[in-house]
Design a binder for this molecule. Structure first.
Ligand code: DAH
Length: 329
């Protein structure tokens, strides 16, 4: 027979479990009793060496003690956990009157918002977004766009030249040339991007944003151009606005027009964008036969659209990163 007094073993340890003051000491106790080398585990292992007739009874006795321990462990664990929670509830406080430290989160800049809205509109009408380099050669920025050598747009005072043949692009129109050179016809693109001019006052900035549109197909017509731009401007400024096409001149389009919008019948017309049918010389510069293919193009300033839409008095406000201004959009 095992030399163990099971009664004292059970009652001693049950009270030890009951008296345990922390989850750690409880865990330690559990190991001593029920772990691999624990008292009860060892006792169970030696049953085989006991006389046959006592084994069954002994096994039952040890298992009953084990069950009582497990039960006691569970109860004490729950008690200690509850105590810990009560302690935290009593001692930890939250000061609900403390001032809130709200983090300043940024959001999309109004120029980017307008750019995206414009690209989305044209995207829904079959135009895909293209981009081009901000440093251009004389050919792409001027010559291929039918801008002759003596054209005022080439003026050293208006343009940032890097060397006699390279400059910061003065408009997004050169991307028309890049795309016509490399893409299969028909072409239907919208081109957002930064452009640069040596110009600075409340409505001009040395860097600003333009969006260029180009469609080249066998059937492109001025009527199609008028239709898409009228839809676009009413989408952008409201369907009640008046839109008019006024004859104008651009070297790369013929005929050319400027498009004006008026808020009401009584208000003055505000110039919004330039457009026209792609000049045959521009198509020839990229080896597209002007007798088969026609094109129309348009170009607009994003800042100008934003200033008119939101009644903003100075273009500089867009670049100063003043949160009080930006948070309004
Ligand atoms: N590139 C012109 C500018 O910067 C804007 C423009 C006018 C673009 C007419 C066009 C167009 O594509 O057809 O002032």
């Amino acid at each position: 027979m095992l030399d163990i007094n099971f009664d004292t073993l059970q009652s001693d340890h049950l009270s030890a479990i009951h008296d345990a003051q922390s989850l750690e000491s409880l865990e330690h106790l559990k190991l001593t009793l029920l772990g691999k080398k624990g008292l009860l585990t060892q006792a169970l292992k030696t049953i085989g060496q006991q006389p046959k007739e006592t084994r069954a009874e002994l096994g039952q006795r040890i298992n009953a003690i084990k069950a009582s321990f497990l039960d006691a462990f569970e109860k004490r664990t729950n008690q200690l956990r509850d105590q810990a929670i009560h302690h935290r509830v009593k001692t930890e406080t939250v000061d609900v009157t403390q001032p809130v430290n709200t983090a300043q989160t940024g959001h999309i800049h109004p120029i980017t918002q307008i750019t995206r809205a414009i690209c989305d509109f044209f995207g829904q009408h079959g135009y895909s977004v293209k981009q081009g380099p901000e440093i251009e050669t004389d050919f792409y920025n001027f010559k291929a766009l039918n801008i002759p050598d003596d054209h005022p747009a080439r003026d050293m005072h208006d343009t940032f030249y890097l060397d006699p043949n390279h400059l910061l692009r003065t408009h997004t129109s050169p991307v028309q040339i890049h795309v016509m050179e490399t893409h299969e016809l028909p072409i239907q693109i919208i081109v957002p991007g930064r452009v640069y001019r040596c110009d600075s006052d409340s409505s001009h900035s040395a860097m600003f944003h333009q969006i260029e549109g180009l469609l080249v197909s066998k059937t492109a017509s001025f009527a199609e151009l008028k239709s898409i731009l009228t839809q676009f401007l009413k989408h952008m400024f409201g369907s009640d606005k008046c839109v008019r096409f006024r004859p104008s001149y651009f070297p790369f389009t013929e005929p050319s027009a400027e498009v004006d919008v008026a808020w009401t019948d009584k208000q003055p017309w505000l110039e919004i964008l330039g457009c026209g049918m792609v000049h045959p010389n521009v198509l020839k510069a990229v080896n597209i036969g002007p007798s088969v293919y026609k094109g129309f193009a348009f170009g607009l300033g994003v800042e100008r659209i934003a200033m008119l839409k939101y009644n903003i008095p100075s273009i500089k406000l867009f670049y100063e990163n003043d949160q009080r201004f930006l948070n309004q959009f």
